[in-house]
Design a protein around this ligand. Structure first.
Ligand code: ATP
Length: 361
């Protein structure tokens, strides 16, 4: 019997709505996977928490995150509630730095039944590895501005930071079945090495690390050209690695190609901790209406189980991750289970119930 202690941080906006559905799904797994148990402990985080307590990430929440097996996060922030300097509340970014969650893992998989973005409809199934702790966003809160004349942010690329994210990319490639178009195991380095020294350095480190993985094909794309390939020829990609801001931008575009933000799960992992949350934010425009798509959150639960299975060598957790993925694939074939962002009218709880039904039937 494996029991996992999960810190749950529902947060703001649609976060609590989609987290509730994913928790239903996780609990339903105990029926087909009786050796798995989850102990959830919920903690406050985010904009409403800041308004009430003056802290967006209370020490007790951070402690719970450090002590649990995994952190299951909804979304946090509210454009109406800000820090005194005007910046938005984003405890998820703080957690990335405090817990050194250097690898942003963004699976981009289009399930049959989801309406295509373009008339060409290739199979899409790749993973973006976004470096989470440096790159251009290393300047967050630290850029330089000189009056109304000049502002400068620096791109920070370190040997250590790049090595570890490129290793993570090649290791994920080893666990996959290759690119949909040709079945080849391939890691694509997305950069701007033709223009920036920092990016040429990133590519140089990629090449050095790639030597440790001779069975995986090396591949390169400049980030601007890559956005075109994402729309025309995405089936060529297996695993993609990029610095922080490029990874952020290509992840959002990638989400659009698989049905939108409501379909894009994510994980931010380091050597000791992992946070699993949808790629989307708090979606204040639809919060409280019961129409948010909970599948990104539910698929993030699947990623959490894959990660736990790998860390604890637990075949039950790995199998349970697949159970979720198969259930999501099955319910999406029926348009009556599609929420509004996929062109349907299924409410948030009915989508969660459909996934639970597919797991327990
Ligand atoms: P952040 O800055 O926190 O990423 P944002 O406002 O830029 O937040 P999102 O909150 O992700 O971005 O919302 C972007 C758009 O995607 C909004 O129109 C929102 O309604 C939509 N959206 C986000 N999540 C979902 C979801 N789960 N289901 C349906 N639509 C969603």
């Amino acid at each position: 019997m494996s029991t996992y202690n999960i810190t749950v941080l529902p947060g703001d906006g649609v976060g609590p709505e989609v987290v509730a559905e994913a928790m239903k799904v996780l609990l339903a797994l105990e029926e087909p996977h009786p050796n798995l148990r989850f102990v959830f402990s919920e903690h406050p985080v985010g904009a409403a928490c800041y308004q009430e307590t003056g802290e967006d990430l209370p020490e007790s929440t951070l402690q719970a995150c450090r002590q649990s097996d995994a952190i299951f996060f909804g979304s946090a922030g509210d454009p109406e509630i800000r820090f005194p300097d005007g910046t938005e509340i984003a405890p998820q970014l703080t957690l990335r730095f405090v817990l050194d969650l250097y690898a942003g893992i963004r699976p981009i998989k289009k399930y049959p039944g989801v309406p295509p973005l373009l008339s060409a409809d290739p199979p899409i199934d790749y993973v973006i590895l976004r470096e989470n702790t440096e790159g251009l966003y290393a300047s967050r809160g630290a850029g330089v501005r000189v009056g109304d004349e000049v502002a400068v942010d620096n791109m920070v690329i370190t040997n250590k930071g790049t090595e570890r994210i490129v290793h993570a990319a090649f290791q994920i490639a080893r666990l996959r079945d290759g690119a949909p178009s040709d079945g080849k195991s391939r890691v694509t380095c997305v950069d701007k090495a033709n223009v920036l020294k920092s990016m040429a350095f990133f590519r140089q480190i990629y090449n050095r690390v790639a030597e440790d993985y001779p069975d995986t094909e090396r591949d390169y794309a400049y980030v601007d050209a890559f956005t075109v390939y994402q729309l025309r020829g995405a089936d060529y990609y297996d695993v993609v690695v990029a610095e922080n801001m490029f990874g952020d931008i290509i992840s959002d575009l990638a989400a659009a190609t698989i049905g939108g933000m409501g379909m894009a799960p994510s994980a931010d992992v380091g050597d000791n901790h992992g946070i699993f949350q949808p790629s989307h934010g708090t979606a204040p425009d639809i919060a409280g209406q019961g129409i948010a798509n909970p599948l990104a959150q539910i698929l993030s639960a699947s990623m959490m189980l894959t990660w736990l299975g790998d860390r604890h060598n637990d075949a039950d957790a790995t199998a349970a991750a697949r159970t979720i993925d198969t259930a999501v694939g099955a319910i999406l074939k029926n348009p009556s289970n599609h929420p509004p962002d996929l062109g349907g009218s299924a409410a948030t709880p009915s989508v969660g119930d459909a996934v639970v039904g597919a797991i327990t039937s």
